[in-house]
Design a protein around this ligand. Structure first.
Ligand code: UDP
Length: 432
């Protein structure tokens, strides 16, 4: 099944006020090239995880700027599809092993069916963005795509991909004009001839309810209503319950810091388990055991019965916490890092992937290689409000300069523009 998601219009001017001054001109120039074009973004989950988060804001912004943009979400007919694609995700981030013949046939078979459905609807666009490995084979299956500009966007950490899988997936990128990845370090080797590469790190929506300014009293009230003592120190990690997010390492770090700050509390918020991530429950159970019924470790995994919306809770916890963690061991980008930095927080992040791009170590946050290091950074920050506020100010400015949504839209448009120029050099010369 596929869903076409409609969004109400948004006001693009509010974004431009937040950006570095010379940026508005660049964006207007990029938008002008696509004024009469239509764009489709396809991804595999309507809700949960970073890609859904980005789509939810980027599509309305693109429409607001006058580019007709639609979002399509796939729902595969076979429930095993997401088990396979989660394995693919894990293997591309470095997990060992191979896919069985059965897994491969589920992957390709489901996407054949989805392609038939999209082709029957006769969906058309000038530019197609297909997101993540869940959709990679679709590029060559969509009949209306053939004459359009096609970009495959890979959001995951590709620093140490499983070579067996990479050999099987990379030829599929030949159906695209361009591959977009989040960091230079992820550049996949051996892209087929003629396929371009563009680096576009993700970005956060500063106007989304989870990122707009929340007063300290409101944040404290929401935190209290969650059963956390708002008068005692708090450290939070906001993440799906996922092995790569290392929730166990966060608990280790908290336990170390608690030797110096005995009143410390920890919140692990994983409400938005994505539809395409079937492993959450297993990880959650393991984390629950690991927390050993410590009353000061607060695990949130279901929105049912909570006193506020997901976005309000994310905002309140990030706003109220003294320190925010993102102790991932692999991280394609990690929107949660920029979300907390934008709120002026000192973030301690794993020294991996996209977290390294966001945090300048010692200046706008801290990068750590172990739970011990995370624990000692946490303890030091908890003892030093001035340090927290200096690092937090630098963090907000870093996000303002590099990681706000209009920059990402601009990058996507530039990537599409480059792809068109390669495919139709005559046309694009006339354009300029
Ligand atoms: N998120 C949320 N509620 C939660 C946990 C996560 O809204 O309980 C959001 C988080 O704020 C961020 C996104 O989910 O916007 C996660 O994106 P990120 O890039 O950090 O990680 P991913 O899940 O894509 O690996």
């Amino acid at each position: 099944m596929i869903d076409i998601i409609e969004y109400p219009a948004t006001d693009a001017r509010c974004y431009l006020d937040l950006l570095p001054p010379d940026f508005a001109g660049q964006l207007a120039d990029a938008v002008a090239h696509f004024r009469d074009c239509s764009v489709i973004h396809i991804n595999s989950t309507a809700y949960g995880g970073g890609v859904a988060e980005i789509m939810h804001s980027l599509v309305p912004l693109s429409n607001a700027l006058g580019i007709g943009t639609r979002r399509v979400v796939i729902t595969p007919g076979d429930s095993r599809f997401f088990d396979v694609t989660k394995r693919i995700h894990n293997m591309l981030q470095g997990a060992p092993g191979k896919l069985s013949e059965e897994e491969l046939s589920i992957y390709f078979g489901c996407l054949d069916e989805i392609a038939d459905e999209i082709n029957e609807l006769d969906l058309a666009a000038d530019v197609w963005f297909l997101h993540d490995p869940q959709l990679l084979p679709l590029g060559r299956l969509l009949s209306r795509c053939a004459a359009a500009t096609r970009l495959w966007v890979v959001h995951i950490d590709l620093t140490q991909p499983n070579p067996w899988l990479l050999d099987r997936l990379l030829p599929l990128t030949g159906a695209y004009d361009t591959v977009i990845c989040s960091l230079n370090d992820y550049e996949p080797r051996r892209l087929p001839n003629g396929v371009g590469l563009y680096v576009a790190p993700p970005a956060i929506d500063p106007l989304a309810s989870k990122n707009s300014e929340m007063g300290p009293a409101r944040a404290a009230a929401i935190v209290s209503s969650l059963g956390i003592d708002a008068a005692r120190p708090l450290v939070t990690q906001v993440s799906r319950f996922d092995t790569w997010k290392d929730p166990w390492g966060v608990i280790d770090a908290y336990r170390l810091a608690r030797n110096f700050h005995p009143r410390l509390q920890l919140a692990l918020l994983g409400l938005s388990q994505a539809d395409d991530d079937p492993e959450g429950e297993k990880v959650l159970n393991s984390v629950r055991d690991y927390a050993q019924s410590d009353p000061d470790i607060h695990l949130f995994f279901s929105p049912v019965g909570l006193p506020a919306t997901n976005d309000e809770i994310v905002n309140a916890l990030q706003t109220h916490s003294q320190v925010v963690m993102q102790k991932s061991t692999r991280e394609g980008f990690g929107l949660t890092v920029s979300e907390a930095m934008w709120k002026g927080k000192a973030v301690i992040g794993g020294n991996v992937g996209g977290i390294r791009l966001q945090i300048v170590d010692g200046e706008s946050g801290y990068l750590v290689d172990s739970a011990e290091e995370a624990g000692s950074r946490m303890a030091a920050l908890l003892s030093d409000p001035d340090l927290r506020s200096t690092v937090g100010e630098n963090a907000r400015e870093r996000v303002r300069q590099h990681f706000l949504l209009p920059r990402l839209l601009n990058d996507y448009l530039q990537a599409a523009r480059e792809a068109r120029a390669r495919a139709m050099p005559m046309l694009s010369a006339a354009d300029n």
